[in-house]
Each structure stands twice: as C-alpha cells, then as structure tokens.
Write a protein that binds this ligand. Structure first.
Ligand SMILES: [Ca+2]
Ligand SMILES: [Ca+2]
Ligand SMILES: [Ca+2]
Ligand SMILES: [Ca+2]
Length: 212
C-alpha cells in the first residue's frame, strides 16, 4: 500500500512516499459466520447431509476488492489441514459462502482426503490463511466450543460490532449457558449478518428470495 506524508516547512512542502507491505495492515478479509451442525439442506442440493450442508462465510470488510487467490480455509489446532482454496475477487462489503459440498469437491480436485469443512460439533478451530509465496500467513481464526453448537445454529459476527460473536439461533434457541449467546436471528449464509427473526420452518430458498 502506498501512503504519502507531507511536512510543512516554512517555505515549501516536503512529501515522502512510503510503501507499506500488505502484511502490515489489519486483514480486510475475515471469517464472518459458520455452521458446524446443520440439520437441513443448506447447500440447496435437495438432500440433507451433515457434511455437505456445513458452511463457512467470509467477508471483505475493507474498501477495495480483494483477490482471493491464495486464501484458504483450514480446521484444527495442528498444522493447517486445507479444506478449501478460494478463487476470484470479493468486492468491498461482500460476503462469500463455502458449503461442505464445495469443500469436498475442492479436496477431491486437489487429491486430498475428502472430509469437507470438518467443523466438529464438540468444538474446533476454524482458520483463514493466505499463501504468499513461500509464506503461510494466518489471516483470521476462531476457536469455538460445543456450547456454541446446535442443530441449524450458526456462529457469526455481530454486524453492528464485528469483534463480537453471537449465535444465530432462530431455528433452535440457545440454552442460557450458550457461549456466545443466542440472538434469535435466522442464519445468513451468503448474506451480510442482518437479523431476521422468526422461527417458522421456511426453506432457505425462500429466505434468499426474500432478501434479494
Ligand atoms: Ca459438523
Ligand atoms: Ca444439502
Ligand atoms: Ca475438524
Ligand atoms: Ca452471513
């Protein structure tokens, strides 16, 4: 990134142009919402699968488009186990969702063991990395416990306070000891984390159509 600093000296102005490596900036791309324990057909293929219907959403919180080449999802606390490699560009303010079925297709294409996103229901670590040349840079990571997990509950950033995580639990209200706490909102894969309340058993296709 290029930044220009100007110094006002009595008779003239001196400007210095400084170059900052991208790695020194706060990451623009972050994990935004994810569902470890789906209990319905979230990926819209007509079938329920505990693996294919898991999902992870990322967001571009910056003001410019991001080239997602080199960005990868991983799970677990050991060396990164790659679950998905992104491609394409993410516009500013936009989100992108990866379903377990997308993950399994990517793993298969890349000759890896085919487990999908592997979001453990009793807790896990979910991480977003960026491969930069020979470097593997951790961009964002979240450790969740089983207390946040339940059928059709997603864990997501509060759209009004992105540093705070909440559970979107409209379909399956959280108990009082849920960590983080439930917000009564419907999960929002592929959409910014606005709150829609109401636990009526609508299909995800209808939710998406209503939000278009
Ligand atoms: Ca799971
Ligand atoms: Ca499905
Ligand atoms: Ca796992
Ligand atoms: Ca969302």
């Amino acid at each position: 990134m290029r930044k220009v600093f100007c110094f006002f000296i009595p008779v003239f102005v001196v400007c210095l142009t400084l170059l900052f490596p991208a790695g020194s900036l706060v990451a623009q791309v972050a994990i935004n919402e994810f569902m470890p324990d789906p209990n319905r057909d979230w990926d819209g293929d007509g079938e329920y699968s505990y693996r294919n219907d898991e999902w992870v959403e990322i967001v571009n919180g910056g003001e410019s488009a991001i080239d997602l080449s080199g960005y990868r999802l991983a799970d677990g606390d050991e060396d990164p186990v790659w679950r998905y490699g992104f491609t394409g560009f993410l516009p500013p303010g936009a989100v992108m969702v990866v379903y377990g079925s997308d993950s399994r297709a990517w793993e298969e294409t890349n000759g890896l063991p085919v487990y999908g996103l592997s979001l453990n229901n009793d807790g896990d670590r979910l991480s977003l990395y960026q491969l930069e040349g020979a470097d593997t840079v951790l961009v964002d990571t979240i450790l969740y416990t089983g207390k946040a997990v339940g059928d059709d509950r997603s864990i997501g950033r509060n759209i009004n306070a992105p540093g705070e995580w909440v559970v979107f639990d409209a379909y399956n209200p959280c108990p009082d000891n849920s960590i983080p706490a439930g917000n009564g909102c419907v999960p929002t894969p592929g959409l910014v984390n606005n709150c829609t309340t109401g636990a009526e058993p609508v299909s995800w296709g209808r939710i998406k159509n209503e939000n278009r």
